[in-house]
Structures are given as C-alpha cells and as structure tokens.
Design a protein. Structure first.
Length: 332
C-alpha cells in the first residue's frame, strides 16, 4: 500500500514568490463558490451523501450576482459534475461572460475509492500521491467532458492542499489554486496549517496561489497567528479578545461572519495593501437547511443583504469585480 503524506505547515510566501500587481490591475475582488453536494456538516463524512438538489437555488442566486456585475468562480466537485441538471444550470451561468468553471476535489465522493474515509483522508493532500492524482484526473476529465473545457483553477475540499498538490496541479495544466485559507490552521483536525499564509497572492511550484482572504483586526493584530493560537487554549479566548477589540480573525465569507466584521475585514485588507480580495461561500448555503449558515428564509435574506453591503463597501473603496481571465492576463 502506498505511503500517505502527513499534514504539514505551508510556509509564508517569500518576497520572490509574492505577486507584484501592476498599477493597471488596481484593486479587485473575486467571488469563489464551492459548488458541491449537500451533507450534514455536523456528522462524519459519508460517501453516500451525494445529493445536489440545492443546485436548483444556484441559477437565481447567480442572476443576482450578475446584475451586480460580479462573475462567479465556480469550484465544481464530482457529484455536481455528473448531475446533468446541475451541469445545465451551471452552463447557463457561463453565458454572463464573467463566470467560469473550476475544480473542487472532495476525495471521499470522487473515484477511484481506495481510502477509508475519516477526518485525515478527507483532506486529499493527505492521500498517497497516486491516489490524489487519480482522483484529480477523474474530476478534471469529467469537468472537461461536462463543460467542454479543462478547468484552469482549483480548490482542494476542506482546504486539503498537500505537500505535492501544487506540482500535481501544474502538471495537469491548472494555473491557479485557491486552497489556502489565510491565517487558518487545520492541523488539529488532520488538515493543513496555513497560519503563516497571509492574504497576498503569490507564485509557488508553477502555480498562482490566491489565498482565501482572512485578516487579523484589533489592537493586538500584530500578534497574529501566535497570539490567536494561544488564545484558543483559553475558555472562550477568541471571543473575549474579539469583543474587547484586541484580536479578531476575519475571513471574507458570509458564512459565519457578520457584516460588521466583514466590512472591518475589507477595510483592514485594503489598508494592508491586499490588491486582490478573494471571497468564498458554499453552494448548498443558497437553499435554507443544508448548512449551518442559512437555516431558514430569514437567514437567506440576510445572506443577500450581506453581499449588498459588502459590494457597497468595495465600491466605496474603488475595488472592482474581476474574473479568472483577467487575473491570468496579469499573472501570465
């Protein structure tokens, strides 16, 4: 049996790796969507959970983004890619000329199946490289068949980017990865440690890396990952520091992040000269009842208002929506 890679810490980008955006790029934002099956977020992962009924909410949501001039970078996983109805919905979205289909690897629902599914193996980068590669090839080929073009950008489900994943992606023709979640450490749950990664884009192993934007705010923000990790050892430590205005970690997502914090996160990222802000959410959130973030119609309305206010703040700062095409035009 092949040996599996172990979780590892992804090192901070060096000055040579950091992308230097030209002035013509300005300041932009990208909205990414993990387009995936529904499953119980509170239960152990089950390979039998492959329903994609929530995709019926995707078309109306996409139209709302399109009316705001925002394309969606859709990270599509295998259960969605093999559902003809879901493929039709996504294909219609591509008519806006700004949205694009990328890949998201949920290894536990992507053949071939060799592993015992558990928290460790659910991070594809923890699998033996041969297994990770085989699953990536299955997904990539299926997306090319479904949408008529090979995907150019990628996200590893559960942020499971392993030691060899970037080189593997580059060898398959991918150009952009967005699996790293800045300022987050998933090693305690069997995943990867991105605590050294900040919100700035960089190049590594032949790939452009666009970390999901997260920032620290508060009077002690320069304490960063080290202080945040220590605070996690105290009872309610993170909440106490956040409420006191001392230290708060803010990812740019409507899932679990209130709009007040999100606006502060946008402001902080721009103050830190982050030139490309990368937002994210999961497609099942678009239909109430599938994720912890949208349980009913009220939550769903709040989700829409969150985006309205975020777009208003971005416009106030002169930050414009971008696309995968535009990003690649500047990064080569």
């Amino acid at each position: 049996m092949p040996s599996a890679a172990r979780p590892r810490r992804h090192e901070a980008a060096s000055a040579a790796e950091r992308i230097v955006w030209p002035e013509a790029f300005g300041r932009r934002f990208l909205v990414t969507v993990d387009v995936e099956e529904e499953f119980d977020w509170t239960a152990p992962l089950d390979p039998r959970h492959r329903s994609t009924k929530a995709m019926r909410a995707f078309g109306p949501a996409h139209r709302r983004f399109a009316e705001a001039g925002v394309g969606l970078a859709c990270m599509v996983d295998y259960p969605v890619a093999v559902d003809p109805a879901a493929v039709d919905i996504l294909s219609e979205c591509l008519a806006d000329g700004r949205s694009e289909i990328g890949a998201q690897l949920h290894g536990w629902v992507t053949p071939p199946y060799h592993e015992v599914v558990d928290p460790f193996t659910s991070h594809a980068g923890n699998l033996p490289l041969e297994w990770e590669a085989a699953k990536l090839d299955t997904l990539t080929d299926r997306l090319a068949q479904a949408f008529g073009a090979r995907p150019r950008f990628f996200r590893s489900g559960r942020y499971g980017l392993g030691p060899a994943s970037l080189a593997l992606l580059a060898s398959r023709g991918y150009r952009i990865d967005s699996s790293m979640r800045a300022c987050h450490d998933y090693e305690p749950s069997g995943g990867m440690d991105f605590s050294a990664i900040d919100a700035h884009g960089f190049r590594r192993e032949g790939m452009v890396e666009l970390p999901l934007t997260s920032v620290y705010t508060g009077l002690l923000r320069r304490g960063g990952a080290g202080l945040y990790r220590r605070a996690g050892r105290w009872p309610r430590g993170h909440g106490i520091l956040a409420r006191a205005g001392l230290l708060n970690r803010i990812p740019l997502t409507p899932e679990g992040v209130g709009i007040t914090d999100a606006l502060a996160g946008i402001d902080r990222a721009l103050d830190d000269d982050v030139r490309l802000l990368t937002f994210s959410f999961h497609s099942p959130t678009l239909e109430p009842g599938h994720t912890p973030y949208v349980r009913d119609a009220r939550d769903r309305a709040m989700f829409d208002r969150w985006w309205d206010q975020a777009f208003e703040r971005l416009a106030k700062h002169g930050v414009t929506a971008t696309t995968i095409d535009e990003i690649l035009a500047f990064t080569g």
